[in-house]
Ligand binder design. Structure first.
Ligand code: NAD
Length: 420
C-alpha cells in the first residue's frame, strides 16, 4: 500500500514535504509513521444510468487522513484525472491546514474520476447520490464532513445532504458544508476561499510596504476560488491583468473587469474570447511581471522549468499543491518572492466551512459581515503566527506553515498514546 501511494506523483510530493518537515521537527520514528499515512482509504464503484440508457461504472474515493483531533473535513472533487494517490495527498494537506488554522478537524478528501463538463445535471445528480449512498456508513457530522472542490458546488452538497438525511430519517444539515443558503449553508462560504486569498495578498503587500490599490495580479483558474479572489482583489482597487482557465488565457494590462468577465464566462463557458482583452499563451501568462501571482486551478503548475522565470513579488497559492518541491527550492533560493503557502492561503474555505458546521450544530446563523470578519481575524492570526514561527526557527514559509500543523498533530498523537 505504502509503495502504491508513493508511486503517485502528487502523493509523492506531499510525502516528500512531510518527510522534510518531520526531519526539521526531529519527530521520532513512531509518531512520524502515524502522522504520515492515511487512517482510512475507501474506494467504491458507482454504477450510474446515463441519459442515453447505458449503465456506466465510475470509481469514487474518500480518504480520511486521521481522526485524532475531530471529524475529517475536506472537499469532493469531480475531475477525469482523480485517483486514489491524488486524493490521499489532498487529504494529508487538509490535515496540516486544519491544524495550522486551529480547527478541530483532521483532513479528508474525496474524488470521483469523471468529466462533469460532459455530463448532464441529471447524470451528475445520480452519480453524486450513488456516491453519498455508498459512502454513508463511513461519514457523519462527527466523522467526516464533505464540502465542494474542483468540479463540484453547492448543488452537489445539497444532493449529499438529501441522500444522507433521507437515510437518517431527519434533516442533517451538518453533514456537509458549502451547501445552499436555504439548506442552512453559511453566508460568506461561497466567496470565503477567494476572499481569504485576496485578504492575505493585501496583508503581504502591506508588510512589504506596497500599496494594495493599483497593485497588479495574475490569476490562473477562474472557478470558485479564482473568480472570488479576482472579485475581492478588484474591490481593493487592485488591477488583475491576466486570467486563465481551461478555455485559454486573456490579458489586459489596464485590468480586467471582473463583473463583465463573469457574465462572459456564464455565456461562453470560459474566459477565452472576452472582448475587452487579448489572448495570451497560458504558460507565458504566468511569467509576466506582476505583484501577485495566484495559481487557483490545479496542482503542480509551478515547476522547476518555470520557477526561475517568475516575475511576481508574491506567490499566493490559492490552489492546493500548485508548486512542486523542486520549484519550492528554486523560489526559496531566489529569495525575492514572498510565498503564501497553500495550507494558509486557501484556508478561508475550510475556516468558513467550520463556521458553517458550528452554526448548523447550534441551529443558529451569522450574518455575512460577521462571517467575513471572523474569517479575517482567524487568517490574520495564523499569518502573524506563521511569520513569528519562521523568524524564530529561521525557516521558509512553506516549512513554517507545514511544521506548525504537523507539530500539533504529532503532539496530539503522542498525548493520546497508541492503542492497544
Ligand atoms: P473550480 O472547479 O470551481 O475551478 C477550477 C478552475 O480551474 C476552472 O476555472 C477551470 O477552468 C480551471 N482550470 C482547470 N484546468 C486548468 C488549466 N490547465 N489551466 C488553467 N485553468 C484551469 O475549482 P475551485 O473550487 O475554484 O478550486 C481550485 C483550486 O483551489 C483547487 O486546487 C482546490 O483544491 C483549491 N481549493 C478550493 C477550495 C474551495 O473552497 N472551493 C478551498 C481550498 C482549496
Amino acid at each position: 500500500m505504502k509503495e502504491d501511494l508513493l508511486k503517485n506523483p502528487v502523493f509523492g510530493m506531499a510525502a516528500q514535504q512531510f518527510d522534510n518537515v518531520a526531519d526539521f521537527l526531529e519527530l521520532d520514528e513512531q509518531v512520524r509513521e502515524r502522522c504520515k499515512w492515511p487512517k482510512r482509504i475507501i474506494t467504491v464503484s458507482l454504477p450510474v444510468t446515463m441519459d442515453d440508457g447505458r449503465t456506466e461504472v465510475f470509481f469514487g474515493h474518500r480518504v480520511q487522513h486521521h481522526l485524532s483531533r475531530g471529524p475529517v473535513k475536506g472537499g469532493l472533487r469531480f475531475h477525469p484525472s482523480v485517483n486514489v494517490g491524488e486524493v490521499a495527498a489532498l487529504a494529508m494537506w487538509m490535515n496540516w491546514k486544519c491544524a495550522l488554522m486551529g480547527l478541530p478537524y483532521g483532513g479528508g478528501k474525496g474524488g470521483i474520476a469523471c468529466n462533469p463538463r460532459e455530463m448532464s445535471m441529471g447524470e451528475q445528480e445520480r452519480l453524486t447520490r450513488r456516491f453519498a449512498q455508498e459512502i454513508c456508513p463511513f461519514i457523519g457530522p462527527e466523522v467526516d464532513v464533505m464540502a465542494p472542490d474542483v468540479g463540484t458546488n453547492a448543488q452537489h452538497m445539497a444532493w449529499i445532504l438529501d441522500t444522507y438525511s433521507t437515510r437518517e430519517g431527519r434533516f442533517v444539515p451538518e453533514i456537509v458544508t458549502g451547501k445552499p443558503l436555504e439548506l442552512q449553508g453559511s453566508e460568506g462560504r461561497t466567496q470565503a476561499t477567494g476572499h481569504g486569498v485576496a485578504f492575505l495578498a493585501s496583508r503581504v503587500l502591506n508588510k512589504l510596504n506596497l500599496q494594495t490599490e493599483g497593485a497588479t495580479a495574475i490569476v490562473q483558474g477562474f472557478g470558485n476560488v479564482g473568480s472570488y479572489a479576482v472579485e475581492t482583489m478588484s474591490s481593493y482597487g487592485m488591477k488583475v491583468m491576466g486570467i486563465s482557465d481551461i478555455s485559454g488565457a486573456i490579458w489586459n494590462p489596464r485590468g480586467l473587469d471582473s463583473k463583465a468577465l463573469l457574465e462572459h464566462v456564464q455565456k461562453a463557458g470560459g474566459v477565452a474570447g472576452f472582448a475587452e482583452a487579448e489572448a495570451i499563451d497560458p504558460d507565458e501568462m504566468l511569467l509576466q511581471e506582476c505583484h501577485v501571482l495566484v495559481p487557483a486551478a490545479l496542482e503542480r503548475v509551478i515547476t522547476a522549468s518555470n520557477a526561475g522565470k517568475l516575475k511576481c513579488r508574491i506567490l499566493a497559492e490559492a490552489a492546493n499543491g500548485p508548486t512542486t518541491p523542486e520549484a519550492d527550492a528554486i523560489i526559496e533560493a531566489r529569495g525575492d518572492i514572498f510565498l503564501i503557502p497553500d495550507v494558509l492561503c486557501n484556508a478561508g474555505g475550510v475556516t468558513v466551512s467550520y463556521f458553517e458546521w458550528v452554526q448548523n450544530l447550534q441551529r443558529f446563523s451569522w450574518t455575512k459581515a460577521e462571517v467575513l470578519s471572523k474569517l479575517e481575524t482567524k487568517l490574520n492570526e495564523a499569518f502573524e503566527n506563521l511569520l513569528s514561527f519562521c523568524e524564530k526557527r529561521n525557516c521558509g514559509h512553506r516549512m513554517g506553515a507545514l511544521a506548525t500543523g504537523i507539530d500539533l498533530v504529532a503532539r496530539v498523537k503522542k498525548t493520546r498514546g497508541l492503542f492497544p
